[in-house]
Design a protein around this ligand. Structure first.
Ligand code: ATP
Length: 368
């Protein structure tokens, strides 16, 4: 029987449990044994009871659980060859040569590297006497498939990563709460959202909440961003708006590549010689990642998990390592490393038109 292992790695995202449930059940449905590797690559390196066989009912109810129940971790040892050697040995000892990994671009890059090195890792394990040659004969190729689990929606080549719509919903909900109190006291709030180098969450939260101003890394602010922001906020206030919401991505930059921080924005809004607004900063932080997945992420996790099992079973030594994407509402396989390289080259495209459209429905655009 073919043995397929599933793991989650890197930062957790809502929907990862749905992925594990779908992969475990699809693997069993396809007549395979399903395993979970607990604690990401740490579990591969440490082995033992961190690699566990799973049954159909072990994942019952997981669709509606937040986080990842099989744990995730950053694993320094896996960056180094000795760590990957131990990982390979643990997989062989468990009879596993098919791996599905749900994580961000780092985790998936590590996976591709592991797959490339696999035959040489086996040779070294045999040469050093860690394994007998006959133990490795049936496992000469490692099949790996990636699933993109991240709240940032930062990988090129897929419209949505598993978890990004859950985080976005959480942000919108939080901004709605903040707006009520902001309006009561006529205050301004600078809301910092996650996303690392990607502004998707901030931009879409700006669209979805009708924020007064947003800062994202993909559209570095002009040198006059201070005047521009104050001018717009001033116009909104002059039109009778009692609340001001500025959304700032954690990776926000200006044209010189300098970071724009929530404190810089707050000081500006509060400046007694300018707007003089009573201004607070709210850093949403890990609230954005926690909790259960929204329906879209559960659906994506399930459909992509099913496809990942099919892909890992159909992979051959010749096929490139693939990941499962959603493009134009279709679940499809794509070469992994092209997407990773594209992501490093250009941050996920957010074009000027999207940005302008998002901002054009604000009050001042229609003021007489
Ligand atoms: P997130 O986007 O949430 O940060 P990620 O998967 O990009 O997720 P990383 O911390 O970059 O998160 O990677 C997770 C783990 O993957 C690392 O701790 C390491 O074990 C492994 N990994 C990442 N990059 C590589 C690499 N180039 N070679 C080997 N292993 C890697």
């Amino acid at each position: 029987r073919k043995k397929i292992a599933i793991m989650t790695s890197g930062g957790d995202s809502p929907g990862m449990n749905g992925v594990v449930r779908a992969c475990v059940r699809m693997a069993i449905h396809m007549g395979c044994d399903a395993y979970c590797v607990y604690e990401g690559y740490e579990g591969l390196v440490r082995g033992g009871d961190l690699i566990r066989k799973m049954e159909w009912y072990d994942v019952r109810g997981w669709l509606s659980e937040g986080g990842t129940l099989i744990g995730t971790a950053r694993c320094m040892a896996f960056y180094e060859r000795p760590g990957r050697l131990t990982a390979a040995k643990n997989l062989i000892l468990n009879g596993i040569d098919a791996l599905i990994i749900c994580g961000g671009d780092g985790s998936l890059t590590g996976a591709d590297r592991f797959r490339q090195e696999w035959p040489s890792l086996l040779d070294e394990l045999v040469a050093t006497g860690e394994l007998q040659a006959e133990q490795t004969h049936a496992y000469r190729h490692l099949n790996i498939v990636g699933l993109v689990g991240s709240i940032d929606n930062d990988l090129s080549g897929t419209d949505a990563t598993i978890g990004c719509y859950s985080a976005l919903s959480r942000i919108c909900y939080a901004v709605d709460l903040i707006e009520a109190t902001a309006s009561s006291h006529s205050r301004a709030f600078v809301v910092e959202v996650m996303g690392r180098h990607c502004g998707w969450l901030a931009l879409m939260a700006g669209v979805a909440t009708g924020a007064d101003f947003i800062f994202i890394p993909e559209k570095p602010s002009e040198a006059n961003w201070r005047e521009e922001m104050c001018n717009i906020v001033h116009q909104h206030r002059a039109l009778g708006k009692r609340k001001t919401i500025v959304i700032i991505a954690e990776g926000a930059l200006d044209r010189q590549g300098s970071k724009i921080t929530p404190t810089m924005v707050k000081d500006l809004l509060a400046d007694k010689d300018g707007l003089g607004l009573d201004t607070r900063i709210t850093t949403l932080g890990h609230v954005q990642r926690g909790g259960t997945a929204v329906a879209y992420d559960r659906m994506l996790a399930t459909l992509q998990g099913v496809e990942a099992v099919k892909a890992v079973l159909e992979a051959t030594p010749e096929t490139k390592t693939c990941f499962i994407a959603i493009t134009e509402n279709k679940i499809i396989r794509k070469p992994l490393m092209e997407a990773v390289i594209d992501t490093k080259r250009v941050s996920k495209a957010i074009d000027q038109q999207d940005f302008d459209l998002a901002m054009s429905l604000r009050d001042h655009e229609f003021a007489e």
